[in-house]
Design a protein around this ligand. Structure first.
Ligand code: XMP
Length: 312
């Protein structure tokens, strides 16, 4: 099987070279395993002809943009960090509806920020980390993120003059991880837990503001530190819009509520709740309620279905 993946890498490198020729290609790295593999594969095939960008959309986990750029720099792949925080925060201002929030993020990314980057770079090709599962799920109507450009009414070739190449569209996640290892990507990238495209905005019920982002970001750091050794499929923190009464320094406080979610799953289509020990839950609650203006911490006991994994 290993030879098959080695063969896959060679075939894709040859195909990318043949298709791109001496043109410029561009790709957006998110730090997830799929876009990381596309980045590594693309750079093997195209070297300096591939421009890789990481767009900081203000919705990332603590230190994430700098971390991802550094991991790639350490393996010799330059990644340009694009600061688009104000643009995304502006697009999200005042929005509370989950679908409107998701749409604002997608639209800001593709139609504005990334569209501009493609134009500036003169790229004729866009490398995209779509995998076979994404295509299956789009066809089955489960996911709406695949081929997002067509869905928001953009024909990339007409509008921006670039073609989309999807080198991983015959692989599933396990295959992508094998290819990642063959390409020399470190385990810290290939073994990361899934993280959604809308990032922390998927974990903020209601409006996404810099203050609310700071709250959920701090809680996320705590949850990842405390649950990193569980081997669970996914674990994260969510900020609700509800408030509850509490007491801090002998004063009544009407504070915010953080939900901790930790699940077991193989493909995120269904999930069960991880049975975390009380000691760990106690520690998490103690740390999370030290975040300013957070005075309650809840553990989500709901499997998928009926709940989804994310809250937005
Ligand atoms: P749900 O919330 O639909 O999540 O049960 C299933 C899995 O998909 C992830 N997820 C996303 N991933 N873009 C992504 O790349 C998205 O918009 C998105 N929404 C959810 C979620 O983290 C879980 O692993």
């Amino acid at each position: 099987m290993a030879e098959d993946y080695a063969q896959f890498v060679q075939t894709q490198i040859a195909a990318l070279k043949a298709e791109v020729g001496d043109a410029i290609a561009i790709n957006a790295l998110s730090g997830g395993v799929d876009s990381s593999v596309v980045t590594a594969l693309g750079h093997r095939a195209l070297g300096k002809q591939l421009k890789t960008v990481f767009v900081d959309n203000a919705l990332m986990r603590e230190g994430e943009p700098q971390y991802v750029v550094k991991v790639f720099r350490d393996i010799g792949i330059p990644v340009e960090l694009i600061d688009a925080r104000e643009e995304f925060l502006g697009a999200l201002r005042g929005l509370t509806d989950p679908e409107e929030k998701r749409h604002a993020i997608t639209d800001t990314f593709y139609a504005k920020v990334f569209g501009r980057l493609v134009k500036e770079s003169g790229a004729k090709f866009l490398l995209h980390g779509t995998i076979l599962t994404d295509i299956d799920e789009t066809v089955a109507g489960i996911k709406r993120q695949h081929n997002i450009l067509a869905q928001i009414g953009i024909d990339p070739e007409k509008q921006y003059g670039y073609r989309v190449i999807e080198p991983l569209d015959t692989l599933r996640k396990d295959g992508v991880r094998k290819v990642a290892a063959l390409l020399g990507l470190p385990a810290e990238i290939t073994e990361r837990i899934p993280f959604p495209g809308p990032a922390l905005a998927a974990r903020i019920v209601g409006e996404v503001t810099p203050e609310r982002l700071a709250t959920v970001r701090a809680a996320t750091t705590i949850v990842e530190e405390e649950l990193g050794n569980t081997g669970a499929f996914q674990y994260f923190a969510v900020l609700l819009t509800d408030y509850a009464t509490g007491i801090r320094n002998n004063q009544r406080e009407f504070g915010q509520i953080i939900v901790v979610r930790c699940i077991e799953s193989t493909d995120a289509r269904t999930a069960t709740v991880t049975r975390i020990g009380w000691d760990t839950l106690d520690r998490i609650a103690e740390r999370i309620t030290q975040i300013p203006n957070v005075n309650r911490c809840l553990y989500d006991l709901t499997p998928k279905p009926p709940a989804t994994v994310e809250y937005v």
